[in-house]
Design a protein around this ligand. Structure first.
Ligand code: PBG
Length: 343
């Protein structure tokens, strides 16, 4: 007949491969896998980003299933929960009422603004948790940019002056860590000098050092209400996703200017940057698993397309493998509860 001759049933007889080294030997039991595990995730690695809103009602963030904007009292409750879960720090992001937004982000330097009141409330109720506060004007500007504008141009040095004032306002409210997320040139040095001269020498700076102009911030911008108003994009100050050497240069500058910790953002698409930064500088290095990354995992999980818990843990341990000392993640309470349960 035509066609290939039949090979018959496959034989299960083992050929002699002559293998001395068999990597599978170390994977054959749970105890052995645990013994040879190179990286572990712990609650000490977590920073939990939280969205705060005026009023008394929690509001869902539609593009981040499971995440809500919470009023101050709700944030205080979550801060207590974070402490009880051994999460070292939380990061606060305000939703500013549209009426309070203007072209210069004036509300950012109001000592009684939403985020300052939240910081004071947390400090009073849960004094032993670290509070990270963002420095950037976008929650406060009517155009949604992180800085002030002249026509289409984001002004660098004028913006830095406002960011310094914002940082001092947050430090006065009791923030432990100032996290400039604006990507203006020279802002870390200017903020460090101002903090030191104003009696806030103890306040730490976690610089969003390599922050990319990313599509993965979309759900966050929904949460803080800057998506609807954003004019254009942020590519004149946030980095080009195609660049890697430039990230090293940005991190070097922020460290020279006095950053205590550096952050790479987004997370999973930039594991190579995390790895390079940790290898090059050996400083405390953080990853931000951003809103769009959360939405992808959680969205797929809620559709039954992936196992959400497994994908969450796998994504977080990947940051540790890449060299991150810690991770900002919306999964923080969920993974912390899991980690505590297995202790
Ligand atoms: C503000 C800021 C952003 C994020 C953190 N701080 C948005 C942006 O730069 O547009 C994004 C966080 C996230 O997506 O989870 N500058």
């Amino acid at each position: 007949s035509l066609g290939a001759p039949s090979l018959g049933a496959p034989s299960l007889a083992a050929p002699s491969l002559g293998l001395t080294v068999r990597p599978r030997r170390n994977r054959q039991s749970e105890w052995a896998r645990r013994l040879v595990r190179e990286n572990t995730l712990s609650t000490n690695d977590l920073i939990w980003p939280l969205f705060v809103i005026e009023g008394s009602e929690a509001r869902d963030v539609k593009s981040m299933p499971g995440v809500q904007r919470l009023p101050i009292e709700g944030i205080v409750t979550e801060a207590r929960r974070a402490r009880d879960l051994d999460i070292p720090a939380i990061a606060l992001f305000p939703y500013t009422e549209p009426a309070l937004r203007d072209p210069n982000g004036t509300e950012a330097v109001n000592a009684d603004n939403l985020v300052c009141r939240t910081v004071r409330a947390i400090k009073a109720a849960v004094p032993d948790i670290g509070i990270v506060t963002d420095v950037a004007l976008d929650p406060y500007t009517s155009h949604g940019h992180d800085g002030v504008m002249d026509g289409d141009t984001i002004l660098n040095d004028e913006t830095v002056a406002l960011l310094v004032a914002q940082a001092l306002t947050l430090a006065a409210a009791g923030a432990d860590v100032i996290a400039p997320s604006d990507m203006m040139d020279g802002r870390v040095g200017a903020i460090r000098t101002a903090l030191d001269e104003s009696g806030y020498g103890h306040v730490q700076i976690m610089a969003y050092a390599a922050k990319y102009a990313s599509a993965f911030y979309g759900p966050f911008r929904d949460a803080v209400g800057s998506n609807a108003t954003l004019v254009g994009d942020k590519r004149t100050y946030q980095m080009d996703p195609a660049n890697s050497d430039e990230a090293i240069r940005e991190v070097a500058l922020d460290l020279e200017e006095g950053a205590d910790m550096v952050m790479i953002k987004p997370g999973l698409p930039y594991l190579d940057i995390i790895y390079r930064v940790k290898e090059t500088f050996g400083v405390p290095t953080f990853a931000y698993q951003v809103s769009g990354e959360y939405a992808m995992i959680e969205g797929a999980a809620r559709n039954g397309w992936i196992d959400g818990d497994k994908a969450m843990v796998e994504s977080l341990v990947a940051f540790k493998r890449a060299g991150a000392d810690g991770i900002l993640t919306y999964f923080a309470p969920r993974v912390a509860a899991m980690l505590k349960a297995v202790k």
